[in-house]
Ligand binder design. Structure first.
Ligand code: GLN
Length: 476
């Protein structure tokens, strides 16, 4: 097996055993990542920055010398961290995000920063100020978003694994569209310190990997207490690597609300086939009810823009990144910086969010959306009294064409129909590839109660083995 075929876990194991040199592995990936960057429009456009060399201090620890690609919105000391936005072009943070720092402390080395939708707002990566990312399965299609660069890089074999963030589906949906594994952990498991904020009550970091074991490995490295994040929640047990090969005795729930209308035929067929495999592995399937789940998108598109409008107020030309040239006065400097620096989708969200929070409308929009959020959490709580995990397709469609949905924001927002409910409830969910439809990958989503990561990853691992998905066709 060539060194580029190794999972991160296998690479770490071989480096530790002395049969593989971390430097050699890093150089091989660096050359591939740099080639993609240099290819411009002809490449996949996965990266906004590629390392010149492995950092000197790497090589010690559990992840000994394994390269990692990191979504642009994670602050990395002295390395451009722009959240896919012109307004942060050239911004070099003075510190490194906790999630990244923990990976580096375990010996991983920073390979590249990955392209993303501006401020993580989007489902196709077409909102990046640095150009769209292409899907390695079909270059005329999107990779999903907002962690599209991370997903495409892993699928194409340009990085062994990558770090992303998920606010309403931005790890799981691109993982599904690119045929890789994506995990959104329980809210609060990984510190948000140093993540450029979109919607703070929803944002969560997580892995995009080739297999479930790598997702567990990355999660284990990143989780842990951080005095710099007040929303950090202590994980109640030790995180372990998954081993299960069967699902005997597991009760799996399928919610009709998220598995019917609006889901493409080919996606449903693949999903149904995966449910069949789960039964063969010993799981018991039943229907569960999530009556408020269909209202999740509407609530999300009030709450996320509301938080974004507040978080993005800090980009005013004074403190970070770009500043409008030769302003007439202070107000002119603020307005022109924000006018030139933010893209159309970000401006749309700032306006929606500001409106939803305005004094006359606060309760009608924000207050009501918060109440819907509570109802959704209660739905999950009742469902998890009956079943261990909930299964849905990750995204309603396979990867769609570049430009196909850019003119219709509402059609674009529907991408997150199946992923947003879990985000609002703060519970963990993983997407694993479960098959192909028209030659394009389909994702299967498994969601569990808060802090069920060990069991969730075990179940995903068993299913992954039985499904035997082959992502080889996407490698470049
Ligand atoms: N696609 C959703 C949005 O545009 C989710 C984004 C995310 O999870 N960061 O808001």
């Amino acid at each position: 097996m060539g060194i580029l075929e190794l999972s991160a876990y296998e690479a770490a194991e071989q480096i530790a055993a002395g049969s593989l040199s971390g430097g050699e592995l890093f150089a091989a990936y660096r050359d591939r990542a740099a080639a993609d960057r240099d290819a411009g429009e002809q490449g996949l456009n996965c990266f906004t920055w590629v390392a010149e060399e492995a950092a000197e201090e790497s090589g010690e620890g559990l992840l000994a010398g394994v390269p990692v690609a990191v979504k642009d919105l994670f602050c990395t000391e002295g390395v451009p961290s722009q959240s896919g936005s012109r307004i942060l072009e050239g911004y070099l943070p003075p510190y490194t995000a906790t999630a990244v720092r923990r990976l580096l402390q375990d010996g991983a080395s920073l390979l590249a920063k990955t392209n993303q939708d501006e401020f993580a707002m989007g489902s196709s990566n077409e909102n990046s100020a640095f150009g769209p990312v292409r899907n390695p399965w079909d270059r005329s299609r999107v990779p999903g978003g907002s962690s599209g660069g991370s997903a495409a890089a892993v699928a194409a074999g340009l990085a062994p694994w990558a770090l992303g963030t998920d606010t309403g589906g931005s790890i799981r949906q691109p993982a599904a569209l690119c045929g890789v594994v994506g995990l959104k952990p329980t809210y609060g498991t990984i510190s948000r310190y140093g993540m450029i904020a979109f919607a703070s009550s929803l944002d969560q970091a997580g892995p995009l990997t080739r297999d479930v074991r790598d997702a567990a490995l990355m999660l284990r490295s990143m989780a842990g207490q951080d005095p710099c994040d007040a929303t950090y929640l202590r994980f109640p047990e030790e995180l372990v690597l998954p081993h299960a090969e069967r699902l005997d005795g597991l009760r799996l729930g399928v919610p009709a609300e998220l598995t019917g209308e609006g889901i493409e035929q080919g996606v449903l067929a693949s999903f149904q086939a995966a449910l069949g495999r789960a039964e063969e592995l010993g799981a018991q399937l039943s229907e569960v009810k999530l009556p408020h789940a269909p209202h999740a998108l509407a609530a999300y598109y009030v709450l996320a823009p509301a938080e974004a409008s507040s978080n993005l107020a800090r980009f005013d030309g004074v403190r970070y990144g770009m500043r409008a040239e030769a302003p007439a006065d202070l107000l002119d400097m603020y307005t022109r910086t924000r006018h030139d620096g933010f893209g159309a989708e970000v401006k749309r969200r700032i306006m929606l969010g500001t409106y939803a929070l305005s004094s006359g409308y606060y309760d009608a929009y924000y207050g009501r959306a918060q109440r819907v959020r509570t109802k959704i959490s209660e739905d999950f709580r009742s469902a998890f009294a009956e079943v261990d995990f909930i299964l849905t397709p990750t995204a309603p469609t396979v990867a769609f064409g570049l430009g196909e949905k850019t003119g219709d924001p509402l059609a674009m927002y529907l991408n997150d129909f199946c992923t947003v409910p879990m985000s609002l409830a703060g519970i963990p969910a993983i997407s694993i590839p479960c098959g192909l439809s028209d030659g394009l990958p389909v994702g299967l989503q498994l969601a569990g109660p808060a802090f069920s990561e060990n069991r969730l990853l075990d179940a995903a691992h068993a299913l992954e083995g039985a499904l035997g998905f082959d992502g080889g066709a996407a490698r470049v």
